[in-house]
Design a protein around this ligand. Structure first.
Ligand SMILES: *Cc1c(COP(=O)(O)O)cnc(C)c1O
Length: 286
C-alpha cells in the first residue's frame, strides 16, 4: 500500500501593522512548505488520485494542463516520488520553459496538442491512454481531489478562511472539511478568473451562509499581472519573508487587505489565509 505522509504545513502568525491597527489576528497556513514542486493544494488534491491509481494497479499517470501548470509539475514530481511514470498533455504549441523543463527532469513525457484539440482533451486522453495509465483530471480535481483538499481543515476557530479559487475544487474541499469538522467561520473564495460569476452554481450544494465568492480581485484575468501586483509581491515578501505567486496567492492576499479597508471584518476577528503554494509560477516572471 502506498504511504502518502501528511504534508508539513504549519500555521504562522502574520504581523502586518495594518492587521494590528484594525484589531485583527491574521494567520497563514503554509501549505506552500509541503514540497518545492508538489506544493500546496496540488499535493492535497493528488493524494487520493495516487491511491486510486495504485488500487487499480496502474503504473502510470496521465494528466493535462497549460504550459505553466502547477498541477502538471506537481504530478511529475509526485509521480517520480511515488513510483509512477507520468505523461502530460500540454495545451498549445511545443515549447520549452522552466516549468516544462522541470517536468521532464522528473521523467515526465510531454504531449503538445493545439488549443482547439485541447477543448476535447478528455476525448484525446482516452485515445492516447494505455492500459496501465490512470487519468487525473485537469487541476487534480474531481471528487477524489476534493476529498484530499478537505484534509487541509483541522478543528479550528477562525471567523474567516481565505483561499484563492481557480477551478474551485480546493474551495469545495475546504467547505466539505469545515462541515465535517463542524467548524464555524465563513469560507471566502477569491476568484482569479475574469467573468467567472457563473461559478457560483458549482457551489449550490453548500449552504450559502457558509461561504462567499469574491469576483473583483482577478486583476485583469487569469495569470494577468501588473507592475502593482509584482510590487505587492515584493513588499509582502520583504515584510514577512513569505513569497506569494502572482497567479493566485498574491491576488488572495490583496483581496484580504482590501476587504480590511472596506470594513468587511469586525474588530477582534481571527482570519486564516491559506497559502496554496504555486511558487514555481514565479519562474515565468524571472
Ligand atoms: C491550483 C492553485 C489554486 C487553485 O485551486 P483550485 O482548486 O483550482 O481552485 C490556488 N492556488 C495555487 C497556488 C494553485 O496552484
Amino acid at each position: 500500500m502506498l504511504k502518502i505522509e501528511d504534508p508539513y504545513a504549519p500555521i504562522e502568525v502574520l504581523n502586518l501593522s495594518k492587521f494590528k491597527e484594525h484589531g485583527l489576528s491574521v494567520f497563514i497556513k503554509r501549505e506552500d512548505l509541503s514540497h518545492p514542486f508538489i506544493s500546496g493544494n496540488k499535493w492535497r488534491k493528488l493524494k487520493y488520485h495516487l491511491l486510486a491509481a495504485q488500487q487499480k494497479n496502474k503504473t502510470s499517470l496521465l494528466t493535462f494542463g497549460g504550459a505553466y501548470s502547477n498541477h502538471v509539475l506537481a504530478t511529475a514530481a509526485a509521480g517520480a516520488k511515488y513510483g509512477f511514470k507520468t505523461t502530460a498533455i500540454i495545451r498549445g504549441e511545443k515549447l520549452a520553459n522552466p516549468i516544462l523543463n522541470l517536468c521532464e527532469m522528473f521523467g515526465m513525457d510531454l504531449l503538445f496538442i493545439s488549443r482547439t484539440e485541447y477543448r476535447n482533451k478528455e476525448a484525446f486522453a482516452l485515445c492516447v491512454q494505455t492500459e496501465n495509465q490512470y487519468i487525473i483530471p485537469e487541476g487534480g480535481g474531481g471528487e477524489l481531489g476534493e476529498e484530499g483538499a478537505a484534509e487541509i481543515v483541522e478543528e479550528w476557530e477562525y471567523d474567516h478562511l481565505f483561499c484563492a479559487v481557480g477551478t474551485g475544487s480546493t474551495l469545495r474541499g475546504l467547505l466539505k472539511g469545515m462541515m465535517q469538522k463542524q467548524n464555524k467561520g465563513l469560507v471566502n473564495g477569491i476568484v482569479v478568473l475574469k467573468g467567472a460569476e457563473g461559478m457560483q452554481d458549482d457551489f449550490s450544494t453548500y449552504p450559502t451562509e457558509r461561504f462567499r465568492l469574491h469576483f473583483n480581485y482577478h486583476g485583469g484575468g487569469y495569470a494577468k499581472t501588473s507592475p502593482e501586483l509584482l510590487e505587492f509581491i515584493r513588499s509582502f515578501a520583504s515584510e514577512t519573508g513569505i513569497l506569494l505567486d502572482q497567479v493566485y496567492e498574491a491576488k488572495m492576499m490583496i483581496a484580504l487587505i482590501d476587504l480590511i479597508d472596506k470594513g468587511y471584518f469586525k474588530k477582534g476577528q481571527k482570519i486564516l489565509a491559506l497559502h496554496n503554494g504555486g511558487l514555481s509560477g514565479l519562474l515565468s516572471q524571472l
